[in-house]
Design a protein around this ligand. Structure first.
Ligand SMILES: Cc1ncc(COP(=O)(O)O)c(C=O)c1O
Length: 427
């Protein structure tokens, strides 16, 4: 099982049977309020009837369409609908099946772009400590979570380096929204440029909000500074928005929330509201044009997946985007964000809590690790909450909340109550 202690699971299986709106039903018939939108993905809530119907209709009409040398109308419409939501430099889309594939695709596009422009020596990628970019070899190379890297170190991409992470609890603990301190963490990029020379660096990749490592919200002006340094040195900036896109931060993309324009954005998860696997890379128009004009005749970009732009995933994504628009869910997330912030920050002072971080409908509640047993306390809280009808996520010693954008204030209260009880109950 993925990212699961298999032996523990076999002794203590947790099985879900069905879902609707904000709730799961377990195989033993219990209702569980979902505080994490499945796995940071079901932004429109579970089994949204419009998305379910779109999938049902599509699978009976065009089950599959090869995307090599041909296509289907839906996927071009979806590309246009996505482009209409993003900062206006992003003009092209490449479809994948997951966030990991989107990341590997974005890294390849960055290499292809520099090669097309006559700078093939730009081969290095700069990631960030504590970053999570999925589990492909590209993603784990630029990622910065040691447990995901150490066993595979021999097969990592060459030449990758990392920025420092931005977690600075000494100065920023219990920040509401963007922490005040830490823009200068971006300056480490100048140090890496001095070490490697800009002419060898293809791209920097960061999550605007680093979620899987425990919710690290970017310090004020940090992302702007990364952008400025990349611009100074001709380095592409990739935002991995697999979690943060589609309303999670209160706008379509975190790039808009934080007012910084990346050259590429990776998405997945909320693209279909989690209903069918699909990812995508949104690409600056000048990158696309360079790749088209720099290539020899024939195929310009030797990359693609059997299921790129799959018709059923496309139908799910188009329906999800329509639901986000028609139900005003990005605006709803923005309006709920202060209610959510008040609720999660009310846990300050609860046993074991050493920091609380939030932006939009994302929150991290960091606990003091139990001596000699890191992550054990958050797992106990997770289980206590589940037994009391609430699903939360653990990322190391941080509890993460990322509910669907459809959550009601009373449900936010229920999640925070369950967490408070669990924190008082666990050792
Ligand atoms: C920022 C980020 N990038 C990439 C991924 C990988 O996505 P997937 O699990 O769909 O491959 C994730 C998954 O959580 C993620 O959070």
């Amino acid at each position: 099982m993925p990212f699961t202690p298999n032996r523990y699971f076999k002794q203590h299986p947790l099985l879900l049977e069905s879902a609707a709106g904000m709730y799961y039903t377990t195989s033993d018939g219990r209702q569980i309020l979902d505080g994490i939108a499945g796995l940071w993905c079901c932004n429109a809530g579970h089994c949204h009837p419009r998305i379910v119907e779109a999938v049902r209709e599509q699978v009976g009409r065009l089950d599959f369409a090869m995307s090599f040398n041909m296509g289907h109308r839906g996927v071009f419409s979806l590309a246009n609908e996505l482009i209409a939501l993003v900062p206006d430099n992003l003009a092209n889309v490449f479809f994948t099946n997951s966030g990991s594939e989107a990341v590997d695709t974005a890294l390849k596009i960055a290499l292809a772009y520099h090669r097309a422009r006559g700078e093939p020596q730009r081969f290095r990628f700069i990631g960030r400590e504590r970053g999570y970019h999925g589990v492909g070899f590209g993603g784990i190379s630029v990622g910065g979570i040691v447990t995901n890297r150490k066993a595979f170190a021999s097969a990592m991409l060459p030449g990758v380096d990392h920025l420092p992470h931005t977690h600075d609890p000494r100065r920023n603990a219990f920040s509401r929204g963007q922490p005040v301190y830490g823009a200068e963490f971006a300056d480490a990029l100048e140090g890496l440029v001095a070490l490697h020379d800009a002419s060898t660096i293809a791209a920097v990749i960061v999550e605007p909000v680093a979620c899987s490592t425990g919710v690290l919200v970017p310090p004020k002006a940090y992302l702007d500074r990364l952008r400025a340094i990349c611009d100074r040195h001709g380095i592409l900036l990739i935002f991995d928005e697999v979690i943060t896109a589609f309303g999670r931060t209160g706008a379509a993309f975190a790039a808009q929330t934080f007012g910084v324009r990346p050259d590429l954005i990776t998405v997945a998860k909320g693209l279909t509201s989690g209903v069918i696997p699909m990812g995508a890379v949104l690409v600056d128009g000048r990158i696309y044009e360079a790749c088209m004009s720099g290539a020899e005749q024939g195929i310009e970009f030797f990359h693609g997946y059997t299921y790129s732009g799959h018709p059923v995933a496309t139908a799910a994504a188009r329906a999800a985007l329509a639901v986000y628009r028609d139900e005003g869910l990005f605006e709803r997330a923005a309006a709920l964000a202060p209610v959510f912030a008040d609720a999660v920050h009310s846990l300050k002072g609860a046993p074991h809590v050493i920091d609380i971080r939030n932006t939009g409908l994302i929150a991290g509640i960091e606990l003091e690790p139990r001596a000699g047993a890191a992550t054990a306390r958050t797992m106990d809280v997770f289980r206590h909450c589940f037994d009391n009808g609430v699903l939360v996520r653990t990322t190391g010693d941080t509890l993460a909340l990322t509910p669907a954008l459809t959550i009601e204030p009373a449900q936010i209260g229920q999640i925070v109550d369950a967490l408070g009880k669990a924190l008082r109950a666990v050792a």
